[in-house]
Design a protein around this ligand. Structure first.
Ligand SMILES: Nc1ncnc2c1ncn2[C@@H]1O[C@H](COP(=O)(O)OP(=O)(O)OP(=O)(O)O)[C@@H](O)[C@H]1O
Ligand SMILES: [Mg+2]
Length: 365
């Protein structure tokens, strides 16, 4: 549905230039939900604006539903209003002088000029019902809460029934509870409508919970494009392991291919014991690599428990975060971050034994 190939974009400001996109390529299937996840300034908004036709790239191609909307080589650049796209901007961009219904209906003026007043009213009511704002249709738009404005921006993006929905941090201004509610609603809504969606976020929980596929960006490049599960369980680089989750990066040396003979499971020796872990490519014995150990891959051995394969350390800090507790455990001159169920959490200062759980970690490439 959306096909982006080797897209590059450079901002020029007088003599200084900044490469915001350094050759990104991605395919998004029809009806698929893609999240662009990356730190501030990595080029997420720039990419979204290029797809929408609001920023002209430097080179590469963009095709939507089989139609090339941008190609530097072929000198094609379809204007934004001719692209079949609905967009929610980070700032919502809601018109303050209009009512809720007038805001929602606005894109129909240029997208569906053939519609009569009755049809516009009907379509507006329908889309406001979809985002649960039908009761507020006649209210002036500024008299909405942040969450309601967010829904209104979504209604406006959906009203012309676009093939593609682009969302730039649409949930960032909501409180934690509303944000979680809207996450579920947003995913359910896009799936019900079958609209191909790209969402920009710098929050990993949002990307992992909403998307079918996550593209992790850094400094104008895609670092990894994977399913949420694979991204978390099978990161390929230190950047992804650190940005998605909070992996401990542990030096490791391959001992042998694990029992069963699968080349994807190998035993490695680490300062915290020998552990069986996943590797994307086959490894030779003696090869050195970094092991990504997510905090919940560390188990605290209970007092009197089996110490085989465990190392001992001291709890330097314990942060209660509700159902779980994050521990900083000092082992020799290194520290490990562990996440355990609060009911099992040792107190700060306690001497503990920790073990890396078998088959929970990945060797980085
Ligand atoms: N109009 C502009 N002129 C010059 N540089 C720009 C312009 N817009 C963005 N940039 C720069 O390009 C880079 C990418 O910006 P972009 O807005 O795409 O980042 P982002 O990933 O959306 O970040 P954030 O998460 O903070 O919104 C940044 O370094 C930014 O400073
Ligand atoms: Mg941005």
């Amino acid at each position: 549905m959306i096909s982006i190939a080797d897209l590059k974009q450079v901002y020029r400001d007088g003599a200084t230039t900044h490469a915001a996109l350094r050759g990104v390529s991605v395919e998004v299937a029809a009806g698929e939900f893609l999240a662009l996840l990356g730190p501030s300034g990595c080029g997420k908004t720039t990419l979204l604006r290029c797809i929408a036709g609001l920023t002209e790239p430097e080179s590469g191609t963009i095709a939507i539903d089989g139609e090339t909307v941008y190609s530097a080589a072929e000198h094609i650049n379809v204007p934004a209003r001719m692209r079949d796209i609905g967009m929610v901007f980070q700032s919502y961009a809601i018109w303050p002088h209009m009512t809720v219904a007038q805001n929602a209906a606005f894109p129909l003026r240029y997208r569906r000029p053939e519609l009569g007043a009755g049809q516009v009213r009907e379509r507006t009511a329908e889309v406001l019902r979809l985002v649960h704002l039908d009761a507020l249709a006649d209210r002036p738009a500024p008299a909405l809460s942040g969450g309601q404005q967010q829904r209104l921006a979504l209604a406006r993006a959906l009203i012309s029934d676009p093939k593609v929905l682009l969302l730039d941090e649409p949930l960032s201004n909501l409180d934690a509870r509303l944000r979680e509610e809207m996450r579920f609603e947003l995913r359910a809504l896009t799936k019900r409508l079958g609209v191909t969606t790209i969402l920009v976020t710098h929050e990993q929980a949002e990307a992992l919970s909403l998307a079918d596929v996550v593209a992790v960006m850094d400094d104008g490049r895609f670092m990894q494009i994977s399913s949420p599960r694979d991204l978390y369980d099978r990161p390929r680089t230190e950047f992804v392991a650190g940005f998605v989750g909070r992996a401990n990066l542990v030096p490791a040396e391959v001992i042998a291919t694990a029992a069963g003979g699968s080349a994807q499971w190998v035993s490695v020796s680490t300062p915290y014991g020998v552990v069986e872990c996943y590797t994307e490519r086959p490894r030779a014995a003696g090869e050195r690599a970094t092991l990504a150990v997510q905090p919940e891959a560390l188990a605290i051995v209970p007092a009197g428990g089996d110490l085989h394969g465990a190392v001992t350390g001291t709890v330097e800090g314990a942060a209660f975060i509700g159902d779980a507790t994050e521990l900083v455990v000092r082992v020799g001159d290194t520290v490990l971050v562990a996440k355990v169920a609060t009911t099992d959490a040792p107190a700060a200062g306690a001497a503990v034994a920790v073990r890396i759980r078998a088959q929970t970690c990945t060797l980085l490439s």
